[in-house]
Write a protein that binds this ligand. Structure first.
Ligand SMILES: *[C@@H]1O[C@H](CO)[C@@H](O)[C@H](O)[C@H]1NC(C)=O
Ligand SMILES: *[C@@H]1O[C@H](CO)[C@@H](O)[C@H](O)[C@H]1NC(C)=O
Ligand SMILES: *[C@@H]1O[C@H](CO)[C@@H](O)[C@H](O)[C@H]1NC(C)=O
Ligand SMILES: *[C@@H]1O[C@H](CO)[C@@H](O)[C@H](O)[C@H]1NC(C)=O
Ligand SMILES: *[C@@H]1O[C@H](CO)[C@@H](O)[C@H](O)[C@H]1NC(C)=O
Length: 314
């Protein structure tokens, strides 16, 4: 936890630079006025700053080098920013929502957001991320929503989400993940909604969701799951909605749903399921909606649906 001290030193250094480089605007601009709205941005009195669609390649200097405790929302979407550095958000202690979507971001320095102790929403969707550095989200202990969808993420280091103890929504859909390490979601005790559709995940046999006991929604369509076993959904005892549409599921083991007694909606359509065994749905006494269309079903064993006391739609 030496990071705050370093920022402080850097911050003083920058102020020093400004003060001493009077009249020289070759590297830093001497005319930054921290009391006015940063160049390329619009500010409003409710604490929002919008610097969108301005062709920016970096966070505006008037944000980086100023303390702005009044700022609650910062929208820098639709620009050309490629990388985020550790000093970019130093002066925004009360920022609650940060929108960086639809840029060209492919590199984020470790600890880049660690001064944003009030941050609740971080949107990095629609960028060019292929992976993340291990400590990139360090310090975001109040973050509730993390949006990483529509990037090109193919791998994530174990531990990358470990500081996000307040996280409720994690959106990782439309990326290039092919596997999930069983420890990746180990420290997200409050996660309720997880979006993973549109990846290439093949296998859930390592019980990657085993620590997500508060999860209520798992959106997992359009992946490459072939088989579901009793380990695939282990830990999801609060899950209410499970979407597994458009995978390659051939086999449903008879005990696949023993860990998900709270399910009310189950979407298994557009898979390659051939056989429904007699007890596969029997743990799902609260199920109201079960969708099995567009499969290759040949065998439905006796009493396969007999325990579905709550079913409304089949
Ligand atoms: C301004 O800075 C540049 C490079 O940093 C330096 O070459 C130049 O001498 C400086 N000019 C003045 C007036 O300080
Ligand atoms: C410094 O700011 C002035 C006024 O906003 C601007 O015209 C100039 O291009 C800036 N110079 C640099 C090096 O950013
Ligand atoms: C951010 O700015 C974009 C472009 O101006 C706008 O469409 C969008 O609604 C803004 N988003 C938020 C959350 O303020
Ligand atoms: C970050 O992006 C800027 C502008 O695109 C570039 O000049 C700079 O070299 C990049 N820094 C790193 C560390 O990649
Ligand atoms: C799955 O079932 C096997 C026996 O068929 C059992 O040994 C194993 O503990 C079960 N795993 C889970 C996660 O329930």
């Amino acid at each position: 936890m030496i990071k705050p001290a370093i920022s402080l030193i850097l911050f003083s250094l920058v102020i020093g630079l400004y003060a001493s480089s009077d009249g020289n605007s070759s590297s830093f601009n001497t005319t930054i006025d921290c009391d006015s709205c940063p160049a390329s941005c619009n500010c409003d009195i409710e604490g929002s700053i919008h610097c969108t669609e301005k062709g920016l390649t970096a966070i505006p200097p008037g944000l980086i080098h100023c303390e702005r405790p009044d700022v609650i929302i910062l929208n820098v979407s639709f620009n050309l920013i490629q990388n985020i550095s550790v000093d970019d958000f130093n002066g925004l202690p009360n920022l609650e929502r940060l929108f960086l979507y639809d840029n060209l971001i492919d590199d984020i320095e470790e600890y880049a957001f660690s001064d944003l102790t009030s941050l609740e929403l971080l949107s990095l969707d629609g960028n060019r991320l292929t992976t993340l550095k291990p400590n990139v989200f360090m310090g975001l202990i109040g973050l509730k929503s993390l949006l990483l969808y529509s990037n090109s993420i193919s791998s994530l280091p174990v531990g990358v989400f470990d500081d996000l103890i307040s996280l409720i929504v994690l959106a990782l859909h439309n990326n290039r993940l092919t596997s999930l390490n069983p420890q990746l979601f180990a420290n997200l005790p409050n996660l309720q909604r997880l979006y993973l559709y549109g990846n290439g995940i093949r296998d859930l046999s390592d019980s990657p969701f085993q620590h997500l006991s508060k999860l209520t929604l798992l959106y997992f369509s359009s992946n490459n799951i072939i088989e579901l076993t009793n380990a695939s959904l282990a830990g999801l005892n609060g899950l209410r909605t499970l979407v597994l549409r458009t995978n390659q599921i051939r086999t449903l083991s008879h005990d696949v749903f023993i860990h998900t007694p709270s399910l009310t909606s189950l979407y298994l359509d557009s898979n390659r399921i051939r056989r429904i065994s007699s007890d596969v749905f029997s743990p799902l006494t609260r199920l109201q909606r079960l969708v099995l269309s567009n499969n290759l079903i040949e065998v439905v064993e006796d009493r396969a649906f007999s325990e579905l006391r709550s079913i409304i739609f089949l």
